[in-house]
Design a protein around this ligand. Sequence first.
Ligand code: NAD
Length: 276
Amino acid sequence: MALTNFADTVAVITGGASGIGLATAKALHAKGAHVVLADSNSRGLQQAEEQVRQSTTEAQGKVVSMTTDVTNEQQVQALMQKAVETFGRLDLVVASAGIGRGGSIDEFTAFEMQTMMNINFMGIYHCVRAALPTMRQQQAGHFVFLSSVAGKLGVAFLTGYCASKWAVRGFSSALRVELYGTGIDVTTVYPAWVETPMVHQEKMEHLNVRAMLTADQVAAEILQAVRENRRDLTLAPNPDIALLLEIMKSDPDKAEQLAGEAFRRQMAQLSAQQSK
Ligand SMILES: NC(=O)c1ccc[n+]([C@@H]2O[C@H](COP(=O)([O-])OP(=O)(O)OC[C@H]3O[C@@H](n4cnc5c(N)ncnc54)[C@H](O)[C@@H]3O)[C@@H](O)[C@H]2O)c1
């Protein structure tokens, strides 16, 4: 059954110290939800907890936080346990913890690839395993997983990120099939570039980052997608990305060819500039 009213519901949000996770926490809190914030960045988490609390004065829900590394199975188990012990149930898990790193495959090490998969994919798997027993008992619950348009497209210099986000997409699809009829639902979110700290870190050059979404917009769309129990929330205001997504649906060969040609042109321009 769709979660149409967030008042008095219990939401766990990973990656809650920043960006989309923090914005979603604020939006849920404003609608009366009890919010459990989780992040590996303890200092950021403390500040985020305060920000969420102060974001809406009339909000009824409580806010708690717990430092959690989503790659650590025991810590994620403890997180879900804390939510249930504190509030007695678990209605919504928003898995937003993630990292983005760009770079050529020639320089993308095995360690970087494993770290990417561990945080972006295994983090979500741990959340599901830890929250599912409670949701099964309740015969109700909703997961929101942050994938990316990079979970539907191939993007040069984002091989690791794409792999992790396609993994989230495949996992979501299989999980929806397996949980069909149990009252437990899954929404997978596929945004294009969003204006958050993630898009301002190193190694993002050559990626044509043009953020046309804010974290608050994504958060509002997430709440609406949960209310409507949508399986897929794709947010791609960038015309070039929207076009590629459309072509990808009917002709993946063509989409890869067009993206590959554009990438080669970009690299050629860059090397021409550097040789001047
Ligand atoms: N910003 C974008 O352009 C964009 C686009 C599409 C998808 N996404 C996805 O949305 C999600 C949120 O990204 P964001 O833009 O808000 O980034 P962000 O960097 O603002 O927030 C990510 C948060 O995850 C936390 N985190 C990282 N590793 C962790 C770990 N091991 N355990 C717990 N927390 C950890 C960070 O400390 C940070 O607070 C990510 O999964 C990202 O891949 C972002």
